[in-house]
Design a protein around this ligand. Structure first.
Ligand code: FE
Length: 209
């Protein structure tokens, strides 16, 4: 396994067709007055930003406080994640990428939108967008800077291309000064984007929560 490779792209899911069908359905239901688009947006927002990524946040927080769990997570992510009860990883291999002071990982699906749904919920729109998918491979530092993450040249940036069979989740670094925090409070620092790799976990002292 290696960061960004062009192989393994033969069996991507074809979400464009699904998205088209969903959009048609939404238009029809809206036209008939059966659904309110604003309500749908609110539901999607909840799954993108709140409910979905909470599973991943708890996985990361557990890894921060429990070295044995972290070891299992790095060796066999699917089994470790399943052991916390997030069993919908079944059938899809997961790999956890550990950020360190010298290595920063970021994930993408260059062909479509393969994403670790079981732990992160719905992918954000930008993750599925062509500019992100194409540019993060060619110029990861530039793209990360646009997300507000400026990395020094001493930090190696690794870009990992997801496939239908293998999904990645980034294990962000535990922020400094969080030694006394509970696992639940730590989970609140783990943002969705920090598990994609486009930002770091929130620093409680920076008031970014
Ligand atoms: Fe894909």
């Amino acid at each position: 396994m290696s960061p960004h490779s062009d192989s393994g792209h033969d069996d991507h899911s074809h979400l464009s067709d699904t998205e088209l069908r969903v959009r048609s359905l939404e238009s029809l239901l809206t036209d008939k007055g059966l659904v309110n688009p604003a309500a749908l947006d609110a539901i999607v927002d909840r799954y993108e930003n709140k409910i979905g990524p909470r599973n991943g946040s708890r996985v990361v927080a557990r890894a921060w406080v429990d070295p044995d769990f972290k070891q299992r997570l790095l060796e066999n992510a699917s089994a470790a994640i399943d052991s916390l009860g997030y069993t919908s990883t079944q059938g899809v291999d997961m790999l956890v990428l550990e950020n360190t002071p010298t290595v920063h990982n970021v994930t993408v699906c260059t062909l479509c939108s393969c994403y670790p749904w079981a732990v992160l919920g719905l992918p954000p729109a930008w993750y599925k967008s062509f500019p992100f998918r194409s540019r993060v491979v060619k110029d990861p530092r530039g793209v990360l800077q646009e997300f507000g993450l400026k990395l020094g040249t001493d930090i190696e940036v690794r870009v990992w291309d997801s496939t239908a069979e293998l999904r990645y989740i980034v294990l962000p670094e535990r922020p400094a000064g969080t030694e006394g925090m509970s696992e639940e409070a730590l989970a609140d620092l783990v943002t969705r984007n920090s598990m994609i790799g486009t930002e770091k976990a929130a620093n409680p002292k920076a008031g970014k929560l």
